[in-house]
Design a protein around this ligand. Structure first.
Ligand SMILES: O=C(O)CCC(=O)C(=O)O
Ligand SMILES: [Fe+2]
Length: 320
């Protein structure tokens, strides 16, 4: 169950519901994104079996010896595919890198779309053949959910329901498996070292599969950190900077972080799997005219999604 500030919505009522149910879902989603920028979602169509397989596989990857994992670390890909070791990503504006390692999986283009040439190949993990199959299934399901959520947002914004469809078809989305590793000696850490420093997501929207332990917090409008209490099987969904830009801050890309566990749990791992839904790089993120008026002057420079992503990857240290 989530705190009332973060509503829990039934995605099944949108995907399979009546016109009235769909309108209600889209209004509630839009209002929440206008307010806290976060919701949790039930009835998302990912079976418990698939989620369990995902976690088994994610845990198995990070349990591999470092020399195996590093075979799949390609700094020239700016962490966008395969493995990224501890100490590489630093939240924008922070000095100390996050206490995490991660693995990224990107889009597979299979319909002859020329956008294929823009995407590096996925790293195929030879040691765990199931990993590639399971993560691909999760990628596809989360992408489908994300497209439905963007349709509901388009309706809320008064845009044609399929406004985002062509932009996200074969988009540059990323599934990221994260391991927040055990901290053996907390006293040896810099005082500002955290699992994930306060940040906003870069992409359109993020869908996060039930993190394996507490720790995720969002910054409320009252400037307080609120822990997210999602049920293990729920998906947490939040607005990213690309939707915030497009809507000239009508929908909020809310700051969030992952805090370190209490001292007695420092030696435990935390796993989570966000899916960062990105459009194709040529999507224009110029703020919608309908979101600009005397009370809401235009805040952002015009930019494409590709230009914006490039700028942000440099800011967080993944791209040199
Ligand atoms: O691990 C989590 O619960 C959140 C991760 C996150 O916010 C991110 O990777 O952008
Ligand atoms: Fe995030």
């Amino acid at each position: 169950m989530s705190a009332p500030y973060i509503p829990c919505l039934d995605l099944g009522s949108y995907v399979n519901g009546s016109e009235e149910d769909r309108k209600k879902f889209s209004d509630e989603l839009g209002r929440a994104f206008n307010d806290s920028g976060f919701v949790t979602i039930t009835n998302h169509g990912l079976s418990q079996e698939l989620i369990d397989q995902l976690y088994e596989n994610i845990q198995a990857v990070f349990a591999l010896p470092m020399e195996i994992k590093q075979k799949y670390e390609k700094p020239e890909l700016a962490g966008q595919r395969g493995y990224t070791s501890p100490g590489k990503e630093t939240a924008k504006g922070a000095k100390t890198p996050d206490l995490k390692e991660f693995w990224q999986i990107g889009q597979e283009v299979t319909d002859g779309d020329p956008v294929k040439s823009e995407y590096p190949d996925n790293e195929v993990l030879e040691e765990l053949p199931d990993f590639n199959k399971v993560t691909r299934a999760v990628y596809t399901k989360l992408e489908e959910n994300g497209i439905e959520l963007l349709r509901a947002i388009a309706t809320y914004l008064g845009l044609p329901i399929n406004y985002f469809d062509a932009h996200v078809h074969n988009g540059n989305s990323i599934l990221r498996g994260i391991h927040y590793f055990p901290i053996e000696d907390p006293d040896s850490l810099p005082a500002d070292a955290v699992r994930a420093g306060a940040h906003e997501d870069i992409n359109l929207i993020t869908l996060l599969i039930g993190a394996s332990a507490d720790g995720l917090e969002v910054l409320t409008m009252g400037n307080e950190w609120l822990p997210i209490k999602a049920h293990h099987t729920d998906i947490v969904v939040n607005v990213g900077d690309m939707v915030q830009r497009l809507t000239n801050n009508k929908l909020k890309s809310t700051t969030h972080r992952v805090v370190n566990p209490p001292r007695e749990l420092m030696k435990t791992s935390r796993f989570s799997v966000p899916f960062f839904l990105h459009p194709k790089s040529n999507m224009d993120l110029t703020s919608l005219e309908s979101c600009i008026d005397g009370l809401h002057p235009k805040l952002y420079e015009d930019m494409t999604a590709g230009q914006y992503l490039d700028e942000r990857l440099r800011e967080i240290g993944l791209k040199k």
